[in-house]
Design a protein around this ligand. Structure first.
Ligand code: GLA
Length: 388
């Protein structure tokens, strides 16, 4: 469904649920990450893009002084009790509770003004396409507008990261929030997480190529604990290197030669991924601008090898999907995407045989792993905003 159709549908759903029109709708897309995986929390580089899957939050005044959510996807109401520090039991409600808690700490809401909110989304949940950042940012935009908080986009981006880090206890970087907020339809953003700057360049719509995500169907089971371990290992590595080379103050001061002095092979491999992935991202940015799809595909494949072998965040199913994809004539490159341990692969595919590619790979995946995989053919879109 495209955005105008989704907006219209959400508008109608709101009227049906709350018997009054909404005053506005906030939308926030999910994202893919083309290159630069597991680089954000070490101040590295990434080139993500927002995708044509959205979370929408329609909002309108409530008669009673109360916050009420209706989730169209979960077919359930939720009225948060913010005095309860443990939060709600259901996982979709946890995101809403955490967002409200985090926002309220810094920006008191007008207590006399209740709000009804209807949430409807098409971002696949828990597949590494940033469904959580998309929900948090859409909700922040909706509350910002309803309560006239006058928050800037960057303030909402900062809050959304804080929700993940401080409330949901995921030590993630800024990748998802920057991608979901700042992406543009005809531009590619290279984000530098050391100084939080964006280099933006016009690109032609992918001539003859499409991005296809194939969902391994594997729940990102180890994601939370292993993600934290990777973050810790990177900081342990930095501590070691800077104790030997005082000129090394940040990850970006690290050079390949510094790795020679590190005896711990695991830390060495983690650092090798960090360095090589930043280089690939730099090259990939130019390949995208030049429309050099062959080079971009090659970089995707290299990124997968590095994530699988050096960073060890892949799994058998993702490795199978990747190696199967690249044997298909339509695919120029493929890699696991997002935090890893399940979720999706990202594939750069010749458009005219894109669907044929996806059905072929998913059939072979079913035969080999016994899992029926979904796939999504994606387009690049604009980041989060509010529609009146
Ligand atoms: C998750 C995190 C991001 C980023 C990616 C890996 O999506 O939320 O901050 O670290 O994993 O690139």
């Amino acid at each position: 469904m495209n955005l105008p159709t989704l907006l219209e549908k959400t508008k109608q759903l709101f009227i049906r649920k709350f018997s009054t029109p909404c005053s506005g709708i906030a939308s926030c897309p999910g994202r893919i990450n083309i290159l630069g995986e597991h680089t954000d929390y070490t101040g590295g580089l990434s080139i993500p893009a927002a995708i044509n899957r959205w979370t929408l939050v329609a909002y309108g005044p409530a008669k009673r002084n109360k916050i009420t959510f209706w989730s169209e996807n979960f077919q359930d109401f939720y009225s948060p009790d913010l005095s309860n520090n443990n939060g709600p039991g259901k996982s979709w409600q946890k995101f809403l509770h955490a967002t409200l808690k985090c926002l309220l700490l810094e920006f008191p809401l007008n207590k006399k003004k209740g709000v009804n909110l209807l949430i409807y989304g098409t971002v696949p949940l828990g597949k590494g396409l940033s469904s959580s950042a998309s929900l948090e940012l859409a909700l922040l935009h909706a509350l910002n507008s309803h309560f006239q908080l006058k928050l800037q986009d960057q303030e909402m981006v900062n809050l959304a990261k804080k929700i993940e880090n401080d409330y949901l206890k995921v030590p993630s970087g800024f990748l998802d929030q920057y991608a979901c907020q700042y992406s543009k339809t005809h531009k590619i953003n290279k984000i530098d997480f050391e100084n939080l700057t964006i280099e933006s360049s016009e690109i032609e719509p992918l001539e003859g190529m499409v991005w296809v995500c194939i969902d391994s169907g594997i729940k990102r089971r180890l994601a939370a604990s292993e993600y934290s371990t990777r973050v810790d290992q990177c900081f342990e590595f930095l501590k070691l290197v800077s104790s030997q080379f005082p000129s090394v103050k940040t990850f970006r001061d690290v050079e390949s030669a510094h790795l020679d002095s590190i005896k711990d092979l695991t830390l060495k491999r983690r650092a090798r991924h960090m360095l090589s992935e930043n280089r690939r991202t730099q090259h990939g940015f130019h390949a995208l601008i030049d429309g050099d799809w062959l080079e971009l595909g090659r970089l995707l494949n290299k990124s997968h090898a590095s994530l699988s072998q050096d960073y060890e965040v892949s799994c058998q199913e993702l490795d199978f999907l990747q190696s199967t994809a690249v044997t298909h004539g339509a695919c120029l490159g493929s890699r696991m995407m997002g935090g890893g341990f399940g979720g999706c692969t990202l594939n750069l595919v010749k458009a005219e045989i894109g669907t044929n590619f996806a059905t072929d790979v998913t059939e072979r995946y079913y035969k080999h792993c016994g899992i029926k995989a979904d796939y999504y053919v994606l387009q690049m879109v604009e980041g989060a905003r509010t529609h009146k």
